[in-house]
Design a protein around this ligand. Structure first.
Ligand code: ATP
Length: 368
């Protein structure tokens, strides 16, 4: 068992910097949880408090039901993998991986067995005699993970472990870490500012901003039902479109009306929006939910269509990103690469209104 529970946890540096504010969440046994947010949002501080490397200013940290606020890091049965790997340059890979076990006076045979087993899992058996400087970035990363694995800890903490790797290796390590999680049946807390890492690896994502938890949910929940404008804009690339709009009643239905758009709101959403009729709201729609009309299925003329001026066309091969202007509204769409859209020309686009979002303009919270 390895459950980690934070209850109203605060970290205030030097009596004034509120790095983490009132964090409450549970990481269940064997769960892969990602702390996600922009630089400075407090995710590393949260991780370091769990590790015991940073004192908790206020609140309670429990591991398996026991309060561990005052338990030394070495007695918490937690292993941390750092962004810079923190390998000892003068030691071989074997000795780097064995170091923690030697400190704990584990018998030599046992150390040998555990290091070789971890090396096998990570595919670095042939590197055990090398020094860190004789390794590639990806190999060093594996050694750092190996050093954590040999300890067989209750909880693994990862602090942006892939940020020093090139893009291709990052993709590969992402899936390796995910496989490792299943194989070890480990509880993992993983810090990153990369939303793709979070979406692809996490069982559960905790999104933070300015020290405050914004939302906790599965990748799907966070993508499909973001709690507020910040989360909606942070997850997804290119980011969700936000358009200042008013909800109006017309022709027996509700509509989104902005400077450039007039779009019919599907009837199934009407009930949730009745309090917002004639009020200003933020309309949100993801770029991947806007289509080039030439490739759209059954567009409803005058209900979910608009004519846009094409500002920039970015072909990526598998898809094309369009930067558009609809009246005064800037819209980004990700469309079929066969699009014939040309810069400076106009084109017709279609909105999948079943995927629309509405946010309160004042609180920025999601209404729909
Ligand atoms: P990054 O992705 O850049 O590492 P982060 O989300 O992990 O950012 P933290 O490192 O937890 O953020 O920092 C949160 C806030 O606490 C920041 O405003 C930071 O400047 C501040 N902070 C972090 N460590 C200290 C410290 N030792 N003393 C004072 N302030 C600190």
């Amino acid at each position: 068992m390895a459950q980690v529970h934070l209850e109203h946890v605060w970290k205030i540096y030097d009596g004034k910097v509120e790095a983490v504010k009132d964090a409450t969440f549970t990481i269940e046994d064997k769960e892969f949880v990602v702390l996600l947010g922009p630089s400075g949002c407090g995710k590393t501080t949260t991780l370091r408090m769990i590790a015991g490397l940073e004192e908790i200013t206020r609140g309670t940290l429990k591991i398996d039901g026991k309060v561990v606020n005052d338990v030394e890091p070495k007695d918490r049965d937690i292993a941390m993998v750092f962004q810079n790997y923190a390998l000892y340059p003068h030691m071989t890979v074997f000795d780097n991986m064995a170091f923690g076990l030697k400190l704990r006076k584990v018998p030599k045979d046992e150390i040998n067995r555990r290091v070789r087993e971890a090396a096998k899992i990570l595919g670095i058996e042939q590197l055990l005699d090398r020094k860190p400087r004789q390794l590639s970035g990806g190999q060093r990363q594996r050694v750092a993970v190996g050093r954590a694995i040999v300890r067989d800890p209750k909880v693994f903490l990862f602090d942006e472990p892939l940020s020093n790797l090139d893009a291709k290796l990052r993709v590969q390590m992402r899936s390796e870490l995910k496989k490792l999680h299943h194989r070890l049946e480990a509880t993992i807390v993983y810090v990153t500012h990369d939303q793709i890492e979070a979406m692809t690896m996490a069982d559960k994502i905790i999104v933070m901003k300015d020290g405050v938890i914004q939302q906790i949910g599965t990748p799907n929940e966070i993508y499909n039902h973001p709690a507020n404008i910040f989360v909606a804009g942070f997850i997804g690339s290119p980011a969700m479109n936000f358009v200042e709009s008013t909800i109006i009643k017309d022709n027996g239905g509700l509509w989104i009306k902005s400077k450039g758009l007039k779009l019919k709101i599907p009837a199934k959403f009407e009930e949730k929006l009745t309090d917002y009729i004639d009020k200003e709201v933020i309309f949100g729609i993801r770029p991947e939910n806007i289509y080039d009309k030439m490739f759209a299925i059954a567009p409803k003329e005058g209900e979910n269509t608009a004519t846009a001026k094409v500002d920039v066309v970015e072909p990526l091969g598998s898809e094309t990103i369009l930067h558009l202007m609809v009246g005064e509204d800037k819209i980004i769409a990700v469309v079929d690469p066969k699009t014939e859209a040309k810069e400076e020309q106009t084109m017709d686009i279609v909105f999948d209104m079943n995927t629309m979002h509405i946010f309160d303009k004042e609180t920025e919270k999601s209404i729909l």
